[in-house]
Ligand binder design. Structure first.
Ligand code: HEM
Length: 431
């Protein structure tokens, strides 16, 4: 993309909204603060309460929001609200941007990504990719996940970085295996994922945008080469299947294939890394909860859901009203965008009694919205749950005195909530 073209895309998508968001945040607007205020980012719990106290739906001139579990759940499942409504008041800006965007720079959340499309296209693509994520297929990955986990834990020293050396490595290795991506591409994928993760945030700087743009293009080139290779000699992995289906049945276009592969790869590790990191932080802060799990290892799956609820790896998503409608008794005009505060909804006391208590045995933990709901419900939810349960159980079994070696640092990302660095130390080792 020429600098001018990418400048247009950045300005429409991030520059202009970023400017408005920062101005509004200075004036105390809560939705804007949730996107840019560093104090909210580091410790959002108190802020969640302020958001919920605003009522079921609130907003400013530009955008609405909800932090209530019932409303967020309803919007995610409603046909009146869409990830991509088309024809909204922002349609002109969308048109300019579509013309400016270079197809080779389409990222994991651009159309035709599953996350940005609606039925019937969404139904068709989701059906094609979803058979690699059925409960049966996921159960079949358990041994591989255990092997990868143990291999990674074998290699760490007495001090290591939980994120770089473990929490990021496991999901990238698993999703790359499912997709049929070679081992020597993992480091490259991790770097690309890190740069591209910022594209989810609404007030991204021009500098970060350039880095993300380069990352997405680089990933696109790598994928195109890989796809060409698979077309010549397909394997038994998901990508080989998708390539064949698209060739034989002419069902996935090259663009659909590339963008959704980027989505699967990015979603496959940029989120699960946060889940594992957040879980270790919470369990080390709450040793009595860890003790419960040591006593009853069958509790790990529920503990994973409690982490997803308590410190959600994806904090927000957005929907736009596709028609004039009503929400919690308030009229909502077609084209009105709503920020759905998943992390805050997951602390709603109407669904989770004593919501600020981290309790790995919480019976209603699974009612969280950390994986969204409705047609865009996370395709990899069961895979992420399984990876995290195995990773955490093995980590604490093998390193019974795992401890924080230095204060961990949070990632800069706003939509994704996790740790950038997390130095840990171990003395005792158990096989
Ligand atoms: C802790 C880990 C994960 C979290 C918290 C998470 C969260 C989410 C959320 C919130 C959405 C929906 C966003 C929306 O409704 O706007 C989503 C969608 C999606 N996720 Fe995940 N995800 C995780 C792991 C994974 C994994 C491991 C994969 C692997 C392949 C994956 C693949 C996808 C895909 C393909 C979609 C789009 C589904 C659609 O639009 O139909 N995710 N995820």
């Amino acid at each position: 993309m020429t600098t001018a073209r990418s400048g247009v895309v950045w300005f429409i998508r991030y520059g202009l909204p970023g400017f408005a968001i920062r101005r509004m945040a200075q004036r105390g607007d809560l939705i804007a603060r949730s996107a840019v205020d560093p104090t909210v980012h580091d410790d959002p719990a108190e802020f969640y309460g302020q958001l919920r106290a605003m009522g079921p739906v609130f907003g400013n001139r530009l955008i609405g929001a909800s932090a209530r579990h019932d409303v967020v759940n309803h919007v995610l499942r409603s046909e009146a609200f869409r990830a991509n409504p088309g024809g909204a008041p922002t349609a002109l800006l969308d048109k300019i941007m579509t013309a400016a965007i270079d197809p080779r720079a389409l990222g994991p959340v651009d159309i035709p990504s599953l996350l940005a499309i609606e039925p019937p296209q969404h139904t068709r693509i989701r059906r094609l990719v979803s058979h690699a994520f059925t409960p049966r297929a996921i159960a079949g990955y358990a041994d591989t996940i255990r092997e990868i986990t143990d291999g990674l834990l074998d290699r760490v020293g007495d001090q290591f970085d939980l994120i770089d050396d473990f929490a990021a490595r496991l999901p990238v290795t698993v999703i790359a295996k499912i997709m049929g991506i070679a081992d020597d591409m993992h480091d490259e994928l991790l770097g690309i994922g890190n740069d591209a993760a910022l594209t989810l945030d609404p007030a991204m700087s021009w500098r970060d945008f350039r880095a993300a743009d380069r990352a997405v293009r680089k990933a696109g080139v790598l994928l195109d080469e890989h796809i060409a290779e698979l077309r010549r000699a397909p394997g038994t992995d998901l990508l080989s299947e998708l390539v064949q289906i698209s060739e034989d049945g002419d069902r996935l276009t090259d663009e659909e294939l590339r963008v959704n592969t980027l989505l699967l790869l990015g979603a496959g590790f940029e989120t699960t890394v946060n889940l594992i990191g957040n879980a270790v932080a919470l369990l080390l802060q709450h040793p009595e909860q860890l003790a419960t799990l040591r006593f009853d290892p069958d509790g790990w799956p529920n503990a994973v859901d409690e982490v997803l609820r308590y410190d959600s790896p994806v904090q927000v998503t957005v929907r736009v009203a596709g028609e004039d409608t009503e929400l919690a008794g308030q009229p909502v005009k077609a084209g009105r965008a709503l920020v759905l505060m998943l992390g805050a909804a997951n602390r709603d006391p109407d669904v989770f009694p004593n919501p600020d208590r981290f309790d790995v045995t919480r019976p209603e933990a699974r009612q969280h919205l950390a994986f969204s709901a409705g047609i865009h419900y996370c395709l990899g939810a069961q895979l992420a749950r399984l990876e995290a349960a195995i990773a955490l159980q093995r980590l604490f079994e093998r390193f019974p005195d795992l401890a924080v070696a230095a204060p961990p640092t949070r990632r800069r990302t706003r939509v994704l909530h996790g740790f950038e660095n997390f130095p840990v130390a171990v003395r005792a080792r158990v096989r």
